[in-house]
Design a protein around this ligand. Sequence first.
Ligand code: FE2
Length: 516
Amino acid sequence: MTAALTPDRRRFLTAGAAVLGAAASAQLWLPATARAAETPLPDGVFTLGIASGDPLPDGIVLWTRLAPDPLGGGGMPDAVFSVDWEIAEDERFRKTVRRGTTEARPEYGHSVHVDVRGLRPDRPYWYRFRAGGQLSPTGRTRTAPHPHRKGGSLRVALASCQNWQHGYFTPYADMLAQDPDFVLFVGDYIYESKPSAAAVRRHEGSDEPYTLVQYRNRYAQYRTDPDLAAMHANTPWVVTFDDHEVDNDWAGEIPQDPDKQSHDAFVARLTAAFQAYYEHMPVRATAIPNGPHIQMYRRLEFGRLARLNVLDTRQFRTDQATTQDGAESPSMTMLGAQQKQWLLDGLHDSPARWNLIASQIMMAETDLLLGEGKLWYYDAWDGYQAERNALLEEFAGIRNPVVLSGDRHLTMISDLKEDFADPDSDVVGAEFVGTSISSNGDQDQAAFHAQWDPLKADNPHWKVIDAHRGYHLFDIDRDGIDAQVRIVDTVVKPQATASTLARLRVESDEPGVQVV
Ligand SMILES: [Fe+2]
């Protein structure tokens, strides 16, 4: 550390103490770990780029990972290396405002997480790392607005579901041009599927990842997508995971196929998957996993304009129902008691105009049965009827709840009804299910509409449904949210043309969403 010992620096040291403590205890059982001074640094350590995330009014997380052989376990010696970092108010680093030195440790895959504090609210910053004589690319990031700020505007990009094998991540090139204040990524950052010869791009390795090294290689491969890397380098991200960061449709400590993975084997898999997730994401030390557990649900504040509640709908849920009656059982929980109370408290005591809820999976109803009766997807909130319905009843007393979801690989934009069983019940909020970056590839739109349009009569709360790849872009101010569904014409080629498929508006204090 070379910064002066200001109050801000003391705060940073306190925040970093937990990381150092965890690292120190890990080192006890790693006697072979050498110090950097004894071991030369390999060439080309910044292959995975840089990232930033979880903006605060005075802080940001800066990330990198030293990996000269990114798809081969990283390629770093089993030693601790010093990494210098600096953050400036200008692109040329003439006005550096904070700098320091941190450690890249082998037990964290030589990843680096710096929780910088002492910054000014609502402004851009530039940052970079130096290890040995090697300089990282320069990144750009942005802090959150001052906590008391009531006005202003916020531009948010909602993304999810980037399957390497289904296509190139072309929507990020357009997202970069739209220059959002932050990217909200709601899950399926990687897919755990085996390599497929028929894929647009083939997954690395020879099987699904199970071990820490295998998950590291999979994340490293995804980070080599140039559009994804550029999006991370230019904008802070707020991330959470869904199922494919571990195993399709997992629930708590239950894998997709319990016949194929014992409980012990799946707990080991969760441990490896969460460790690799932490190592590759720009998140705070609160997200350092504790074995098969990781703390991801959290809140971020954007002045008095928006409060963002980021949910974890995987770790604490009961196993999926298999019947309609099962989905209605009061014993089913999506959030677990503790997270549910945390969410309700955060909604009811919110000082914010907009109460955003990042939910990995869709909250509005999808009735798949034409005509009389209902048929639901049991992995989504529809499979957890009692808890979902209780939450929607609470929404009636919350200011401007807006749910931002993924998982479905479709754009589905809906009014949220207080009771989906009663067509006359009140609209209590809005939901945007933000299609996918590449998952499902280039779909046949005519075939999609032939299959899904007939279901609109059974789902009158749907405002827009669509099967293009892309993301949603939100311009939020005190009066309303202007939303755009941004789509690309292809993900099977590295370059694409982007356009706006639909524009929507959510008026403040008028629940629901309107097509403009
Ligand atoms: Fe997905």
